[in-house]
Design a protein around this ligand. Structure first.
Ligand code: NAP
Ligand code: SF4
Length: 681
């Protein structure tokens, strides 16, 4: 243990330097940032929430923050959502704090007043101005209402202390109520809470000052400061620095970084945002303060976290989604097992997208996240011999889970590498993170002794002769044949050949099919090479973030690099393509392609393909798109012939992933299905 810790201390010396807060010492520089999981909304789920946090406390994280709890009804995110404002609510929270402390962890409760982002008719704001992303117009708080709201924040902090929390995080960023007070776009008051910058700051400063008075000195107060609003008519950098100084003087223990309002049109956490793309902002702020600063956004590996701390950008790093992907992130980094950290690929598919759909959050890479008490390993009565056919996400998740439970697993993959469809995804500019799961699964296969056969097509007779207790079929999908006249023309190619670069692609290209893969191919054709998309300075210019911090809101004019190709992205369904992309990421893909001039068209009928190009009718009007290439991205069909053959031979077969359902070929569903099977076999 000591040797492992020394190794970690050598490898990640900054990350594992304790942080002395005066009245307590955090064991490392990692904060698990606030995430709404959906378990906060009902006390009946607090047992599950307690185990969720306790698992992560045992995994060694220095400090955690809960999802947001509103200080009153007006501050709800949605009707009847998480709130802590009554003494009788304290008891349920003790379950959470007790479990965390039993796991040697520390936890703060986040106090979040949604302001005009409240998705209900009782929402309030500094002024009666509707946000562009909610249907409800808020009521403007009166002077007495502002005072009552401050008292509500303080009361919640006091209740959090009574409930055994180690502190609170006061949510002052992301465009919620406190942030709304700070910006002219949402605060047009003329009383002591609006007008001048000094007046607009009064609300957060009073909250922090009076909270400190109430909770005493030995209680953590984190203030989440909006350092870049990324919307217009927002704060100037000098105002943000002045606010930070006042928050420090008012008694905050730590200042955390907030980047971008929810209504901002600049992505801040999706996978195409380069790693650690915003830590430079925290560094600029750090020059002005004495208390420790926490930085955040797109930090997901110990290497990146260590670099951020080593170059002095911040005193701590906050990660939220990486702790859904791996509750033992810190312990693995500390104990020399970083190679086995389950990576967060920043896809949002099972975490944020679920929250927006009012579903419980989880993780595409780790379906046990938020299901710690439900998705558990069944006891292994006798060790089985199992074959898994196909090493895409479903097969890999299944094989590695089975092997970790102690079964003997043979894994067959006809390609020469593991990863399946993720090997295409990782080649898309802005999706470089998709290489990480293969690193993780590959290391797990080694660590747990899975017998891997690459470049080997498993046939039914050999599998039957292998006398396996069961065969798991994860053979994935094949591209759908769209049956368009002339599709055998040499200008036509499938998405696999396009993405792997097997065939050269011309300057004018039509893409048939505008699902997830059609969009990926369009980005592949219009974006620069992946090495350029991970360049923070280039990304910052491209999206219009003001790196000089000279302009209000941190907004600059986007400097889009022109696309090297003219691209049409087509679908038969009427309406603009991209409506079915995921909620929290689809808008980024649409905006990126729009900036590159991609013509996205719906209501298309494909007539034929010949040397003149792609002949289509759009809303009944015939047109010829004079393109050099047509790329087919028309969806998939299940590959399950082997499953049918094996069943006919009487072999016990389980079909998972795309081989089971191709229509919604979806890694999230595939990995969950694989894990659910693997924990019970
Ligand atoms: P998809 O999302 O099902 O889209 C298939 C596209 O092909 C649709 O635009 C469909 O539109 C068109 N199409 C269907 N049948 C056709 C036919 N017979 N002839 C011509 N066009 C046809 O499939 P996908 O793009 O292959 O993506 C598969 C899955 O991979 C996604 O659902 C997603 O889960 C995953 N994925 C996700 C992402 C992401 O960004 N989140 C990226 C890549 C892949 P019309 O029927 O209107 O023509
Ligand atoms: Fe990360 Fe995707 Fe898991 Fe969310 S679902 S935690 S973004 S890997």
């Amino acid at each position: 243990m000591l040797a492992a810790m020394t190794a970690a201390a050598t490898r990640y010396p900054q990350l594992f330097t304790p942080l002395d807060l005066g009245f307590c010492t955090l064991p490392n520089r990692v904060l698990m940032g606030s995430m709404h999981t959906g378990l906060e909304d009902h006390a009946r789920d607090f047992g599950k929430l307690a185990e969720y946090f306790a698992t992560r406390a045992r995994g060694g994280v220095g400090l955690m923050v809960t999802g947001g709890f509103s200080p009153n009804v007006a501050g709800w995110l949605k009707p009847f959502s998480s709130r802590l404002s009554m003494p009788w609510q304290v008891r349920a929270h003790r379950r959470i704090t007790g479990a965390v402390h039993a796991g040697s962890g520390r936890i703060c409760l986040q106090i979040l007043h949604a302001g005009r982002y409240g998705f209900h008719p009782l929402s309030v704001a500094p002024s009666k101005i509707k946000s562009p992303i909610t249907p409800f117009t808020p009521r403007a708080l009166s002077d007495a209402g502002v005072e009552r709201t401050i008292r509500a924040f303080v009361r919640t902090a006091k209740l959090a202390r009574d409930a055994g929390y180690d502190g609170v995080e006061i949510m002052g960023s992301e465009g919620y109520l406190i942030n709304e007070f700070l910006a002219e776009r949402s605060n047009q008051r003329t009383d002591r809470w609006g007008g001048s910058a000094e007046n607009r700051m009064r609300f957060p400063v009073e909250i922090v000052r009076r909270t400190r008075e109430e909770v005493g000195r030995d209680f953590i107060i984190i203030y989440r400061l909006s350092m870049l609003d990324l919307v217009d008519r927002a704060q100037a950098w000098e105002e943000i620095v002045a606010l930070a100084k006042q928050i420090e003087a008012a008694g905050a223990t730590l200042i955390n970084t907030g980047i971008g309002w929810h209504e901002a049109r600049i992505p801040t956490i999706v996978t195409s945002v380069p790693r650690a793309a915003f830590t430079w902002v925290t560094r600029r702020m750090r020059e002005n303060l004495r208390i420790p600063l926490i930085t955040t956004n797109r930090i997901n590996t110990p290497e990146v976290a260590e670099q951020v701390l080593a170059r002095g950008d911040a005193d701590m790093v906050s990660m939220a989604r990486p702790f859904l992907a791996d509750p033992d992130w810190v312990a693995k980094a500390r104990d020399g097992r970083a190679a086995l950290i389950n990576p967060c690929i920043a896809c949002n598919q099972a975490c944020l997208d679920h929250v927006f759909e009012n579903k419980r959050a989880s993780c595409l890479m780790n379906p046990r996240a938020c299901f710690e008490t439900e998705l558990v390993d069944a006891p292994v009565v006798h060790k089985k011999r199992l074959a898994v056919v196909g090493a895409g996400p479903a097969g890999l998740a299944c094989a590695t889970t089975l092997a970790q439970r102690g079964h003997a697993v043979v894994l067959y993959e006809q390609a020469n590498e593991i990863g399946g469809q993720f090997n295409l995804a990782k080649r898309i500019p802005g999706k470089e993170e998709y290489a990480e799961p293969m690193r993780y699964w590959g290391n797990l296969l080694d660590a747990f002794g899975v017998d891997l056969h690459l470049g080997k097509r498993a046939d039914a007779a050999a599998l039957q002769a292998g006398n396996f207790d069961a065969v798991i079929i994860a053979t994935g999908v094949t591209p759908r044949d769209p049956r368009i006249a002339g599709q055998e023309h040499p200008m036509v190619l499938g998405y696999h050949d396009a993405i792997t670069g097997k065939r050269p692609i011309g300057k004018r290209v039509a893409i048939i099919g505008a699902g997830g893969i059609g969009f990926d191919v369009a980005e592949f054709l219009t974006q620069p090479a992946p090495s350029a998309t991970t360049d923070i300075a280039r990304w910052t210019r491209e999206w219009g973030v003001d790196a000089t911090l000279a302009r209000r809101g941190g907004l600059a004019k986007p400097e889009t690099e022109p696309s090297p190709r003219e691209v049409w992205l087509l679908q038969r369904t009427a309406g603009r393509p991209g409506k079915r992309l995921n909620k929290t990421t689809g808008w980024v893909h649409r905006a990126a392609l729009k900036a590159k001039g991609v013509k996205m068209l719906g209501g298309v009928t494909y007539e034929k393909i010949d040397t003149a190009g792609l002949h289509v009718s759009i809303d009944g009007n015939p047109q010829t798109l004079a393109v050099d290439n047509v790329i087919i991205c028309a969806g998939q069909e299940s590959n399950r012939a082997l499953a049918d053959e094996l069943s006919a031979l009487g072999v016990v077969v389980h079909v998972i992933g795309g081989a089971d359902v191709a229509a919604e070929l979806d890694a999230k569903r595939a990995i969950r299905q694989a894990t659910e099977l693997a924990v019970r076999l």
